[in-house]
Design a protein around this ligand. Structure first.
Ligand SMILES: Nc1nc2c(ncn2[C@@H]2O[C@H](COP(=O)(O)OP(=O)(O)OP(=O)(O)O)[C@@H](O)[C@H]2O)c(=O)[nH]1
Ligand SMILES: [Mg+2]
Length: 450
């Protein structure tokens, strides 16, 4: 589907950037796109040959000195990523060599690309819609295999298709309601006639399904933050290590071992999680530990989920003021050291939401599924990635549909207006009606070279 932002005009500069990550690597890619891409490339590499055929060439600077040798491939418009003439140089992946190659292209007439500018051009040239362009960035930033698969589905247009399907329903209803404006006399109820209310209800149902799927997509893209909190020595660092699958934090029998925050990215059933281990909470005169406790409390307030640990063999140790101050919807109480408790000890079963042993691994699966439940993650099979921005737009749509049903029934004009606004909000997602400022903000969050 070809889409184009209203009001945005295509720039005609030819842009260039290093497309591969900084650092030393076997191969590095420099990308060039725009109307002068072919002559500029030829100035550096000599004749390019036919499109899509890789050629081995020497890359030279303006003085004719060899910078590198490697492959050059050109793509003629519109059959390229951006829809413009594109040339890719595959040279040796050293940071200096790539900068020198880039410098030669700039000297030959290209301009350094802004962050996300290649993808922005792909969008402006109708190669992909806005939700797909965002999926390019999300694919690159994916931190779990599930997130990669989901981003690929968005990139292939799965999310956009569902948005369009909903939009078509809104539009056809809007056409019907607008047509009735001219004919309806005062006594006829527009909501009743043609089952407008019923059709709005059906759209609402589809919308709720899309909102739920998108919320999963946002979880997959953004992940969650999870803080481990509790008194000293209860096994917070041991649990961090167990969930990370490696020894990331120091564990000793000395209370007050952890002082700094220890952050470890993990994934739990495909859900990206940033786990943060913290200092055990207690009153202390030690300056360093006090700062650790302050940071721990701060982290507890910031995190999406707090695992509050206690030692099942000493359930009454440790103060609970900090626990009570937390939003309980975000807290999961975890009783640890289950292996030290003799089976059948009565008080145990009621301690916390889940009992585990960080040492033996008992109860960890139950803990993991509690975490997923608490954030509403369902390890979706055919998920797509989505962004907070998309959720907000869908929320707007829901608001307009609800208002249209609330309106003084019979007012076709007002219903039509709400449907028009719902259509605009859906258009924002795929970028058909997205304001330029928003576009600028979206693409500026990409890296240079994307
Ligand atoms: N038997 C048993 N010992 C555990 C378990 N979890 C932790 N421990 C032990 O308890 C002690 C403290 O563990 P840590 O993981 O360092 O505890 P912490 O909560 O991070 O402690 P601080 O960093 O001091 O706040 C260590 O000796 C661990 O081996 C468990 O599930 N079972
Ligand atoms: Mg610790």
């Amino acid at each position: 589907m070809s889409t184009r932002a209203s009001g945005s005009s295509l720039e005609v500069d030819t842009i260039a950037a290093v497309a591969t990550a900084p650092g030393a690597a076997g191969i590095g890619v420099v990308r060039l796109s725009g109307p002068e891409a072919l002559p500029i490339a030829a100035a550096v590499s000599g004749p390019l040959g036919e499109p899509r055929i890789a050629r081995l060439r020497r890359f030279r600077d303006a003085e004719g000195e060899v910078i590198d040798s490697g492959l050059v491939i050109c793509f003629s418009r519109p059959n390229s990523f951006t829809g413009e003439d594109v040339v890719e140089f595959q040279g040796h992946g050293g940071p200096v060599v790539l900068q020198m190659l880039l410098g030669a292209l700039l000297e030959a007439g290209a301009r350094l690309a802004r962050p996300g500018e290649f993808t922005e051009r792909a969008y402006l040239n109708g190669k992909m819609d806005l939700a797909q362009a965002e999926a390019v960035a999300d694919l690159i930033a994916s931190s779990s295999a599930t997130a990669v698969r989901a981003a690929n589905r968005s990139l292939a247009g799965e999310f956009s298709r569902q948005v369009h399907a909903l939009d078509e329903q809104v539009l056809s209803l809007r056409v019907f309601v607008e047509a009735s404006i001219d004919f309806v006399d005062e006594d006829i109820d527009v909501l009743e006639s043609g089952d407008v209310a019923g059709r709005i209800g059906a759209i609402q149902q589809g919308l709720v399904a899309l909102q739920q799927a998108s919320a999963q997509g946002v979880l997959l893209r953004d992940g969650i933050s999870l803080a481990l909190l509790g008194p000293p020595n209860v096994g917070k660092s041991s649990l961090l290590n167990r969930l990370a699958g490696e020894e990331r934090a120091i564990v000793t029998q000395v209370p007050g071992t952890t002082r700094d925050l220890v952050r470890v990215p993990v994934q739990i059933g495909g859900l990206p999680v940033e786990m943060v281990d913290t200092a055990g909470l207690r009153e202390t005169r030690d300056l360093v530990e006090r700062e650790g406790v302050r940071r721990a409390l701060h982290q507890g307030r910031e995190a999406d989920i707090v695992l509050w640990l206690t030692d099942l063999t000493q359930p009454d140790v440790g103060e609970t003021t900090a626990l009570e101050e937390l939003d309980q919807a975000r807290v999961i109480r975890v009783g640890n050291k289950l292996d030290l408790v003799s089976p059948g000890a009565d008080s145990i079963s009621t301690l916390g939401d889940v009992q585990i042993s960080a040492v033996t691994g008992a109860g960890i699966e139950k803990l993991v599924s509690l975490i997923q439940q608490r954030v509403g993650y369902q390890a979706p099979e055919a998920a797509f990635t989505a962004r907070q921005r998309h959720l907000q737009a869908l929320e707007k749509v829901a608001g307009h549909l609800a208002t249209s049903l609330d309106l003084d029934s019979g007012s076709a004009e007002l219903i039509a207006e709400e449907l028009r606004l719902a259509h605009l909000a859906l258009g924002e997602i795929v970028g058909e009606l997205t304001p330029d400022e928003l576009l600028g903000e979206i693409f500026s969050n990409f890296c240079i070279g994307k």
